[in-house]
Design a protein around this ligand. Structure first.
Ligand code: XMP
Length: 520
């Protein structure tokens, strides 16, 4: 039983930290793919729903200890299967080879070489790849050939003699594996016989199809002006027209650029945006609160309260009733919630992220998430294909609790003004120096410590602003941006000259981990 927008490739997640990357690389090559848990895969197989190809991901476990029931994968000898790392060891074990328990393991770069007689076009005979394993296949099952070996003579890749099955001991999906993408492409096109099917038209059609299911019902969007909610709203607006209403909540913790941006969007898009001024409510309830988690929780809770009240008022004023809540939820949020880690190892809460997903049940809003199958890059691509301005689509991320997590300790009017003005200076200078797009996120943080300085002829005893600029691809890990000293100097000079109460500017040179991107 297949569905209209079935993905050709199912990537079975055995818990590798790189599983999302397999999906991204496959989609970059033009192949539609999705991540499934083993349970979900079993369910689909038992309801006679099959993919065109399976990829078995790596994972932290050993084939000596696993208790997974994966026989189902191999029932159909025509189903193409690619096993990566742990996935390859599963192939070795299932097909009767000998997997040896690793004592030393191979981690990091390794040189591997194709065996003679085996050539993959567009890849050299020898290449450098990323290994991360301890177990390895010592004796290859009799129906398989070894096609690559590592420099220490371990089996690096195997291929079934007659079935469309291949195993790679290394990770072709990570950047460190040179030519890894060509290997994936070779498997999909030459072994699995797939033709590329994933492109921006397909992406847009699928997202529109999700919105179409709403029919003529009224839809409410919690609109932040960030990339995800902007793309989701623009897309939905094309399908729903006036039935879409966007609420933008001003919690008093916004940047100066956010006010400009929302004004611009109101003028230049057809979106129906209602601005809700809730500054006093938020700032009133945050008075005197200095614990980061408490601040986050209050901001999240207030958002829900304000939203609920304002929606009711709006509904009675305009005599309408909302049935759906539109959200810009992305694929990584969806997969994280089905990750095998959730059931197994307990994950710790580093920060309670604030999203609008937690609206009260009593509001009875059904969720509409047209971007739920997409990665951030794909959402940006979709934004461009919806003719949204490039600057809007490539804005830096901004957290739900806003400046609340960039003012350390209790929030005061002085701190808000200082962080807003310094943020604006940094933003202007990044644009001026054409550096805005060379960093993933750039902002200022207000530190509630006072240091001695000299302003004019007098002594100053004032607060500190910290600059935080990081390079990252997904916010999960990050490195501080190595910007020119001249640039830092201009920003520092402007902040100390123009922002009242600030005599010192420092630059945060911490990576994530161990630091996080935001300070609270
Ligand atoms: P951290 O500070 O956890 O941030 O390293 C990683 C990325 O997430 C953003 N962030 C948030 N985004 N709601 C959001 O929507 C939140 O509560 C939140 N907290 C952090 C942060 O800006 C960075 O991009």
């Amino acid at each position: 039983m297949s569905h209209k927008f079935d993905k050709k490739i199912w990537i079975i997640d055995f818990g590798s930290q790189y599983t999302q990357l397999i999906t991204r690389k496959s989609r970059e090559l033009g192949f539609s793919s999705e991540i499934l848990t083993l349970d979900e895969c079993h369910k689909r197989f038992s309801s006679q729903h099959f993919p065109d190809c399976l990829v078995l991901s790596g994972g932290p476990q050993s084939v000596f200890e696993d208790t997974f029931n994966y026989d189902v994968f191999f029932k159909n000898p025509k189903l193409p299967i690619l096993g990566i790392c742990y996935g390859m060891q599963l192939l070795g074990k299932y097909f009767g080879g000998v997997v040896e328990r690793g004592i030393v393991g191979e981690y990091g770069h390794a040189d591997i070489t194709f065996k003679e007689n085996f050539i993959i076009p567009s890849t050299p005979q020898k290449m450098s790849v990323w290994m991360s394993h301890s177990d390895h296949i010592k004796e290859v099952p009799k129906d398989f050939d070894v096609i690559m070996e590592s420099s220490n003579k371990l089996v690096a890749a195997i291929k079934h003699k007659s079935q469309p099955i291949m195993g790679l001991q290394f990770h072709p999906e990570v950047e460190h594996s040179k030519h890894g993408k060509s290997l994936l492409d070779y498997f999909y096109q030459n072994i699995a016989g797939l033709k590329p099917d994933w492109n921006s038209t397909q992406m847009l059609e699928e997202a529109m199809d999700l919105v179409l299911q709403v029919g003529d019902k009224k839809v409410l969007c919690a609109f932040s002006g960030g990339v995800d909610s902007l793309v989701a709203a623009t897309l939905a607006q094309r399908v729903l027209g006036d039935n879409l209403h966007c609420f933008f909540v001003d919690n008093g913790l916004l940047r100066i650029q956010d006010y400009y941006h929302i004004d611009l969007l109101k003028k230049e898009t057809k979106l129906n945006i209602e601005i809700i001024d809730a500054k006093d409510i938020f700032l009133g309830s945050l008075k005197g609160i200095d614990d980061p988690e408490e601040k986050r929780k209050i901001i999240g809770k207030k958002f829900i309260e304000v939203f609920e009240i304002k929606v009711k008022e709006y509904e009675s004023l305009h005599n309408i009733h909302f049935e759906y809540l539109l959200q810009g939820t992305l694929y990584p949020d969806v997969i994280e919630s089905i990750s095998p880690h959730i059931n197994g190892g307990k994950s710790v809460t580093i920060k309670s992220h604030h999203n609008v997903g937690g609206l009260p049940e009593r509001m009875k809003l059904k969720l509409l998430e047209p971007l739920r199958h997409l990665f951030k890059d794909e959402v940006r691509e979709m934004g461009l294909s919806l003719d949204l301005n490039r600057d809007w689509v490539y804005r830096h991320p901004f957290p739900g609790p806003g400046l609340g997590v960039r003012i350390l300790g209790a929030i005061s009017t002085h701190a808000i003004k200082a962080v807003q003005e310094s943020d604006q200076i940094l933003y202007e200078e990044l644009l001026e120096a054409k550096l805005y797009h060379s960093t993933w996120q750039a902002f200022t943080v207000f530190l509630p410590v006072k240091t001695v300085g000299v302003k004019g002829d007098g002594r100053a005893y004032e607060n500190v602003i910290c600059l935080r600029m990081v390079n990252s691809s997904d916010g999960m890990t990050a490195n501080w941006s190595h910007f020119p000293h001249e640039f830092l100097e201009i920003v520092s000079r402007r902040i100390t000259n123009e922002v009242a109460g600030i005599t010192r500017v420092v630059y945060d040179i911490t990576s994530k981990p161990p630091g996080t991107i935001e300070w609270e």
